[in-house]
Design a protein around this ligand. Structure first.
Ligand SMILES: C[S@@+](CC[C@H](N)C(=O)[O-])C[C@H]1O[C@@H](n2cnc3c(N)ncnc32)[C@H](O)[C@@H]1O
Length: 424
């Protein structure tokens, strides 16, 4: 088969981004969309050694799993699963975890039904929009910019500001606009431009913020197109931070802070961890970020030691613990692979929580765990493949008690998992 050939195939599965997959002559064809159960006509765009890439040009039969896409921006590349019934989305997410655990980890065990944290629309509290011709846009399926007046995934207060900003003339020198919201209805706007801010722009932006009751306004100068924001943030108007609560703890969210994008999902993960955490004297959390799980675990342990590579996140976590009157947590900045062996030498670790980035656990971390053998490990993962790889090693010393997938980002292909492991 060659490029530009047209073929008919069945969509059988999704790739990790939620795009359809089919097969021809035993080779996989990566598609630009489609739902499992669709019968489609495809034009081959690329031919590689072991696979093809194709574009759907017609439907011979549409899948019975399809629902009407509630989003008017069907070319937007933001959400993979808007035309798929929720049940099928959740079933696919569970199967994604189960097949990774079986295939990569070589483990035959039960995976629980996927749970969700809260609303499946309007859950995002932070979005960035690219500005083109004064219009705030998101990227389309072919890299084009699509003006958006309202995003179904963003909280309503954010959408009000998004709509109000559309077409404002003073946005001419702005390249990106960040909108952050809280469940209490506060909103922060972060304007990003390549140059220092002019007095004129400052004047117009502040006038907008006053008019639209924006709680906090920032400017960030950024010349690097790889990042949404620059390294520094200039506070222009209103409060310096907006306030969010996760569980029983309050967080001040600043322009440059990392903060969980779906607080309902973050609470669901934290609940799953604390529900399964056996009360202990010393709990260590590796990859602790801004300390959302660490703080919740502090209620169940004599002391909690959080370890995180980012000094900024560690400073923020320390400040948040202090603001919330939590005195039994301490944070150690540095790479987990260097810090865990030191912590394990100094402390008897009863319980260990890990929430690593997509790459999963460093092999040194796994080696140290297999040697120091904490009684319990709670593994929070955002990548089923690396989770499965690490579980494949940890089962040498641990039994898997529970694998709980959590739908942190409904309508996207991503799935979080919390695994409870107990020493054999
Ligand atoms: C999935 S996030 C964890 C978020 C965290 N649960 C929170 O509430 O903020 C992964 C974290 O691992 C950190 N990280 C990445 N590499 C690391 C390493 N080698 N050692 C320690 N932390 C690391 C990242 O900076 C990030 O904060």
């Amino acid at each position: 088969m060659e490029v530009f050939d047209r073929i008919h195939l069945d969509v059988m599965d999704y790739d990790v981004k939620g795009r359809g997959l089919g097969k021809v002559d035993g080779a996989v064809v990566f598609l630009d969309g489609g739902e499992i159960g669709d019968k489609v006509e495809v034009e081959i765009l690329k031919k590689k050694k072991n696979f093809y890439e194709g574009k759907i040009i017609g439907y011979d039969k549409k899948s019975s799993r399809r629902v009407k896409n509630p989003c008017p921006y069907d070319r937007c590349n933001g959400c993979a699963f808007l035309s798929l019934e929720r049940q099928s989305e959740l079933a696919w997410k569970r199967e994604r975890v189960a097949s990774a655990v079986a295939r990569i980890g070589g483990i035959d065990t039960k995976v629980e039904e996927v749970i969700t944290g809260g609303d499946v629309f309007g859950y995002r509290n932070h979005m960035q929009f690219h500005v083109k011709g004064g219009k705030l846009c998101l990227y389309g399926k072919e890299g084009e910019l699509i003006p958006i007046r309202r995003c179904l995934m963003q909280w309503e207060r954010g959408n009000e500001i998004l709509t109000a900003l559309q077409g404002e003339k003073w946005l001419a020198d702005i390249q990106t606009v960040g909108i952050r919201t809280t469940r209490g209805g506060e909103v922060m706007v972060i304007l990003v431009g390549k140059k220092d801010m002019s007095d004129r722009l400052l004047h117009d932006a502040v006038a907008f913020a006053v008019e639209e009751k924006v709680d906090s306004l920032y400017y960030s100068k950024n010349k690097n197109p790889r990042f949404h924001y620059g390294k520094t943030f200039e506070h222009l108007y209103g409060k310096e931070t907006i306030e969010e609560t996760l569980g029983q703890f309050r967080y001040g969210v600043g322009a440059g802070n990392f903060f969980q994008i779906n607080p309902y999902g973050a609470e669901a993960i934290t609940r799953e961890v604390t529900k399964n955490l056996i009360g202990a004297e010393t709990v260590v959390e590796l990859y602790s970020g801004i300390g959302t799980i660490t703080l919740a675990a502090s209620r169940m342990a004599g002391q909690v030691i959080g370890n995180e590579i980012s000094e900024i996140s560690v400073d923020y976590a320390r400040q948040t613990a202090e603001n919330n009157g939590v005195t039994n947590v301490r944070y150690i900045a540095g790479p987990a692979e260097k810090m865990l062996p030191k912590i394990a030498e100094e402390e008897t670790i009863d319980g260990l929580i890990v929430d690593p980035p997509r790459a999963g656990l460093d092999p040194v971390v796994v080696d140290t765990l297999l040697e120091s053998k904490p009684k319990q490990i709670l593994y929070v993962s955002c990548n089923p493949s690396t989770l499965a790889r690490d579980l494949g090693r940890l089962v040498a010393a641990y039994d898997i008690e529970k694998i709980q997938p959590i739908d942190m980002f409904p309508h996207t292909a991503s799935v979080e998992t919390v695994v409870n492991l107990k020493i054999k």
